[in-house]
Ligand binder design. Structure first.
Ligand code: UD1
Length: 421
């Protein structure tokens, strides 16, 4: 298993290009199942999660062609050859559940294993299932699989999500594009990835209104056509790397980045003393003062502070002047990075969904272990600021969500290398 060796404590300066969004790409890819014509995605990130989704779609009959080193993905699902998404692939990634809605909408039936994914909480899929049931799906849970049928096709209906779910909104939205009549989804997620999906579906001929607000109205159509769509830039990758100059000092230009993607997060970074400016190529982030100051952070659905940047923000606050309180409201088990950061000298007190972080002058190196995708990159950030050499092990989590992490950071002067093993 690979590890990453980081020799910390030097300022970072340079340019980091922002990749296409992993989460957006993972929801755009299953949209191929809605159409007989090819869907071409450009600006795709080169990540193991994307390859896993490609393998899942191939197992269902999609022809997947990866061009330009994976930056362009052509998906062609002339026919769905099998309607079963097998446990062996689905267990690797929770987003696999997103094939359920499209498969059901196009073919009238689907069997999908219940998913696995990061160990950051129970993460059920009940809202996905309830939304599809409201559209007329008959569901049966047997042997770890969801068996779904829509005899006579799905029918438009009104559904209000009891709380915001990104994945459930995506699944039900895709299914509703081919349902008969009008679907209204209330309390829908508003994340940029949902907007990106809706824009792609509209290019494919879907009739959708209200994306980017909490109410989506979808007028079902008989069929969807092919389209070409660029994947939106990855706001989580951007936010993660924005923390690199914040924690180490220095100045980095993030090409392709823009403030609108990281609004609430950027506001917090400015509050702790980081300068953020839009340039004509992207977003320039600089730490001018010596030490950042503490700030309280509560994770919320978009447009609030993203849960996917909480672990990385905690790494920064471990070095801030004063005490910060981080409240995690989306996932119940998302402080697994805290004990690892404490091995590096951080002072963190976790109680339920709240972590109290008292900043220290200097983090120190220690062997640490990645526990999930965002936790792993928070350890890399901490290691970049720490004194000495830190080895972060179990970095396969990292490869699921960050392309060429060593390359992007070392281009800015970070001393970081992968140790194969
Ligand atoms: C997506 C993102 C993930 C991000 C999360 C929240 C992808 C591939 N992943 O995950 O990176 O952290 O949004 O921004 O896009 N829930 C239920 N029942 C359901 C669905 C969700 O109880 O049927 C709960 C979850 O356990 C969680 C909360 O709702 O506590 C929000 O989850 P959700 O927004 O659905 O996250 P994902 O779509 O899985």
């Amino acid at each position: 298993m690979d590890s990453i060796l980081v020799t910390g404590n030097s300022a970072l300066n340079g340019v980091i290009p922002v990749a296409g969004s992993k989460n957006a790409c993972l929801t755009l890819m299953p949209a191929t199942l809605l159409s007989e014509e090819p869907l071409t995605l450009t600006n795709a990130p080169q990540l193991s999660d994307i390859r896993t989704m490609g393998a899942l779609l191939e197992s269902l009959g999609t022809e997947v062609n990866s061009l330009q080193g994976g930056k362009v993905i052509v998906l062609d699902t002339r026919a769905i050859s099998t309607h079963t998404a097998d446990y062996d692939i689905v267990r690797k990634m929770r987003a696999s559940i997103l094939v359920l809605g499209p498969m059901l909408a196009r073919g009238g039936h689907a069997v999908v294993s219940l998913p696995g994914g990061c160990a950051i909480g129970a993460r059920p899929v009940d809202l996905h299932l309830r939304g599809l049931e409201v559209l007329g799906a008959e569901l049966d849970l047997r042997d770890g699989y969801v068996h779904a049928k829509a005899s006579g096709g799905l029918k438009g209906a009104t559904f209000e999500f009891p709380f915001v779910s990104v994945g459930a909104t995506e699944n039900v939205l895709m299914a509703a594009t081919l349902a008969k009549g009008t679907t209204v989804l209330k309390n829908a997620a508003r994340e940029p990835e949902i907007v990106d999906l809706a824009e792609c579906l509209i290019k494919m001929g879907a009739q959708i209104e209200g994306h980017g607000t909490s109410m989506l109205t979808i007028q079902g159509v008989d069929s969807l056509q092919g389209a070409t769509h660029p994947v939106v830039p990855d706001r989580i990758e951007l936010g993660t790397y924005m923390l690199a100059p914040a924690i180490c000092g220095g100045k980095i230009n993030f090409t392709g980045g823009c403030r609108a993607l990281v609004g609430a997060f950027a506001d917090k970074l400015e509050e702790v003393g980081i300068s953020i400016e839009e340039s004509n190529t992207g977003l320039v982030v600089e730490r001018k003062d010596n030490r950042v100051t503490a700030v309280d952070v509560t994770t919320e659905p978009y447009p609030g502070f993203p849960t996917d940047l909480q672990a990385q923000m905690m790494a920064l606050l471990c070095t801030a002047e004063g005490t910060s309180v981080l409240e995690e409201t989306i996932f119940e088990n998302r402080f697994m990075h805290a004990p690892e950061l404490m091995r590096m000298g951080a002072q963190i007190d976790v109680s339920g969904g709240t972590a109290k972080v008292t900043g220290v002058d200097q983090l120190k190196s220690a062997p640490v272990m990645a526990t999930d995708l965002r936790a792993s990159v928070s350890l890399i950030l901490a290691a970049l600021a720490a004194e000495g050499e830190t080895v972060v092990s179990r970095v396969y989590h990292l490869d699921r969500g960050y392309e060429r992490v060593e390359e992007k950071l070392s281009a800015c002067g970070a001393r970081i290398e992968r140790i194969s093993g």
